[in-house]
Design a protein around this ligand. Structure first.
Ligand code: G4P
Length: 526
């Protein structure tokens, strides 16, 4: 019989962070191919081809009529069980994307090697860093003309403030991409173009001094030897402790489209990335191997289909074991509920899953009682911390079409903000209602849900707000003085927390300089 500790040791739960177009979807597809979760790559969404994402065609979703856009993919790899949590990269970017990063134990950062570090990656790295999440880096698109690999690593180190330790090193690029040298295994793995849809049978040449290399690589062999010598002197060696502390990232080179290098990265992931980690719940830390089930909700998937008002709450299991039909305590409302229809996400073998372990994600049907940050247990009075609200980046004033429905609008917005769908700010100086989001899609979801669930039709208007910060101070007197001085820029959020609403980033900077005793926070915990 397997123990919880065995199951924990087997699991790796990660998400991919990248800028749109860097290749996240393509890598996901190849990762699933290696996980044997799909037979042939090409089933995950192609933006132009209009094919559906794998998550969209999962039977389970068809049956239940729900569309889980940020899905969870579980698959076996090298005797481990990997959970890949998808973070929407494009127009559906939202606070959920950020919160998903609080539910993983490691991240894969994908970089377009022709472009280097781009802004979405910077933002997502900021979030990953809040919990010192270990990061693995994949430099993608080596089959194109890319930037100098040394320069790319320098950019990661300078902009993202994380040391790079190359694990593989590219040989050539673009049409002349020959493969990589694996620094730790001391072997050259050759690349064949046009084999992207399948698992390649690469030629492996052991040893840098191997004369076979000159035959296969030609002039690149000598160049490689020189580069490796240089790297030995100049590059950071891989250090597991620094990696686990989020201070150093192992770097892999390859092409997702050509399906080359993805398996090297996966090998690193299963070898080095941490198994499900313990998690703080106030004063106690809950270890993954504790026998009683505990988990927290990090995301609620609103359903855009008006025929199905049901929403799914995604719960990360922190400890214990989920079994179909078990009773769980919904801690915030103090109620015990029997869960017999949780969704589980074992790609390829959907029907068999009746249990889930730490590191796994289960989907709970939510009829409005579950909120982001909620804890479920087997009776323990726990409350997990660390599911934050993030300072929104997009703002709209919301107005009613029918002014008589103000009460419903306020009620709806408050509930939706408690649930984490959007954030609401009420300025002190007037009766405006400002809605803040991280991604545009959140506005659409909220308008739709206000209409169907609260029967109010609302419209958005532009408003000149650049950003918001939660303001705190231990000194009541100074806080009162600040409230007076900054009155015109202050608002209360959905939970009545004091918030500074800045029309411009410069204004925010000036306010921070003028009020050094106040703490301006970019995140606030649920
Ligand atoms: P994303 O999810 O991060 O947004 O990226 P996605 O995988 O959709 O990749 C963005 C584009 O980059 C796609 O091309 C994809 O085929 C291409 N791509 C991904 N990996 C590689 C690679 O290793 N080499 C090269 N040359 N291209 C790569 P597209 O034309 O925008 O879309 P599609 O019509 O091919 O789906």
């Amino acid at each position: 019989m397997t123990t919880i500790a065995d199951e924990v040791a087997k699991r790796r739960t990660f998400a991919i962070i990248s800028h749109p177009d860097a290749g996240k979807t393509t890598i996901t597809e190849k990762v699933l191919l290696f996980g044997r979760a799909i037979q042939q790559a090409g089933t995950v969404k192609g933006k132009k081809s209009g094919q559906h994402a794998k998550s969209d065609w999962m039977e389970m979703e068809k049956e239940r009529g729900i569309s889980i856009t940020t899905s969870v993919m579980q698959f076996p790899y090298a005797e481990k069980l990997v959970n890949l949590l998808d973070t929407p990269g494009h127009e559906d970017f939202s606070e959920d994307t950020y919160r998903t990063l609080t539910a993983v134990d490691s991240c894969l950062m994908v970089i377009d090697s022709a472009k280097g570090v781009e802004d979405r990656t910077i933002k997502l790295m900021d979030v990953a860093r809040m919990r010192e999440t270990p990061i693995i880096t994949f430099m993608n698109k080596l089959d194109r003309d890319i930037r100098d690999p040394i320069e790319l690593m320098d950019e990661v180190e300078n902009i993202l403030k994380i040391s790079c330790a190359p694990i593989t090193w590219p040989i050539g690029m673009g049409k002349e991409f020959k493969g990589v040298y694996h620094l730790l295994r001391d072997e050259v793995i050759t690349y064949q173009s046009g084999m992207g849809h399948t698992i390649q049978d690469s030629r492996i040449i052991k040893g840098l001094d191997n004369p076979e290399l000159d035959g296969v690589l030609g002039e690149y062999a000598e160049e490689l030897r020189e580069q490796v010598e240089l790297l030995a002197a100049a590059a950071n060696p891989f250090d597991l402790e620094e990696f686990l502390a989020g201070q150093l990232t192992p770097v892999y080179f390859g092409t997702a489209l050509g399906n080359f290098g993805v398996d090297h990265m996966l090998d690193g992931l299963v070898d080095w990335a941490p198994a499900p980690q313990p998690r703080d719940a106030g004063d106690v830390t809950v270890d993954a191997t504790s026998k009683d089930l505990a988990g927290f909700v990090f995301k609620i998937q609103a359903n855009m289909d008006p025929n199905h008002r049901d929403r799914v709450a995604f719960m990360r299991i922190v400890s214990g074991k989920y079994e179909k039909g078990m009773k769980m305590r919904h801690v915030r409302i103090g109620k015990d509920v029997r869960i017999s229809d949780a969704l589980t996400f074992l790609a390829g073998d959907r029907s068999a899953v009746e249990e889930a372990y730490p590191g796994d994600i289960i989907g709970l049907h939510n009829h409005g009682t579950i909120q982001i940050g909620d804890t479920f247990t087997q009776g323990q009075e726990l409350k997990f911390s660390g599911i934050p609200n993030f300072a929104p980046e997009l703002f709209r004033r919301i107005r009613l079409k029918d002014p008589l429905k103000t009460k419903q609008l306020q009620k709806g917005l408050m509930q939706l903000s408690e649930e984490g769908a959007v954030q609401v700010f009420r300025p002190m100086k007037n009766n405006d209602l400002i809605v803040g989001a991280v991604g545009m899609l959140q506005f659409d979801v909220v308008a739709q849900r206000l209409k169907t669930e609260y029967k109010v039709e609302a419209v958005y208007e532009p408003i000149s707000v650049a950003t918001a910060r939660w303001v705190e101070s231990d000194d009541e007197r100074k806080l009162a003085a600040f409230r007076d001085k900054a009155y015109d820029n202050l608002a209360l959020d959905g939970s009545d927390n004091l918030t500074y609403i800045a029309p411009t980033m410069v204004n925010l900077q000036m306010a921070q300089e003028r009020h050094p005793d106040m703490t301006f926070r970019k995140t606030r915990e649920h």
